[in-house]
Design a binder for this molecule. Structure first.
Ligand code: S3P
Length: 175
């Protein structure tokens, strides 16, 4: 086995729009490791979209489902996964504890302008609702920043880089 990847699962975290999902697949291409996309998994299992889940059952319910899924992923499994986390997954200490125990946490960062150009106005992300300017969105980023950084084993900046380059940098820091 590739010794670089002997440290358990690779948890990709970061604010919405920092490229977690795209990076996960780029990393999968390089390593052959399977991807678990948490939001997608939740949507598939619930049979409804994230905005629908938030609207009907609230963010608290979504967070519970997210933690349950993380517990499942972090259970006794022989395989190693690349886990693309939802942007809010590391806001819970319980979640971070599970990630740290079962793998390494890679934080992806991007400037507010970059993130806004990627996902500003997206209606598929309830926590972006009513955040219609870079400043409004940057305020939420700033509010979460300390938690993102505290949870991270490694921090990778993504501005002006392509997915392949970001994936290579991750492999480098994991080695
Ligand atoms: C959230 C981020 C989303 C999704 C949900 C909540 C957040 O994931 O889990 O809309 O609070 O940051 P992405 O980061 O994949 O958009």
């Amino acid at each position: 086995p590739d010794t670089k990847l002997a440290g358990g699962h690779i948890f990709l975290t970061g604010f919405m729009g920092t490229g977690k999902t795209s990076v996960a697949y780029a990393l999968s291409k390089k390593t052959g490791l399977p991807v678990i996309e948490m939001d997608e998994t939740i949507v598939r299992r619930e049979g409804r979209s994230i905005p629908e889940i938030f609207e009907k059952d609230g963010e608290k319910y979504f967070r519970r489902v997210e933690t349950d899924l993380l517990r499942e992923i972090s259970g006794d499994r022989k395989e190693t996964f690349i886990v693309s986390c939802g942007g809010g997954a590391v806001l819970s200490e319980e979640n971070v504890g599970m990630m740290k125990k079962k793998g390494r946490v890679i934080l992806l960062t991007a400037d507010p302008e970059t993130v806004f150009s990627r996902i500003g106005g997206d209606t598929g992300r309830p926590n972006l609702k009513n955040r219609n300017t870079v400043e409004d969105m940057a305020a939420l980023m700033a509010q979460r920043e300390a938690k993102y950084r505290a949870a991270a084993d490694h921090i990778i900046e993504t501005d002006h880089k392509d997915m392949d380059q970001i994936a290579s940098e991750i492999l480098q820091v994991l080695s």
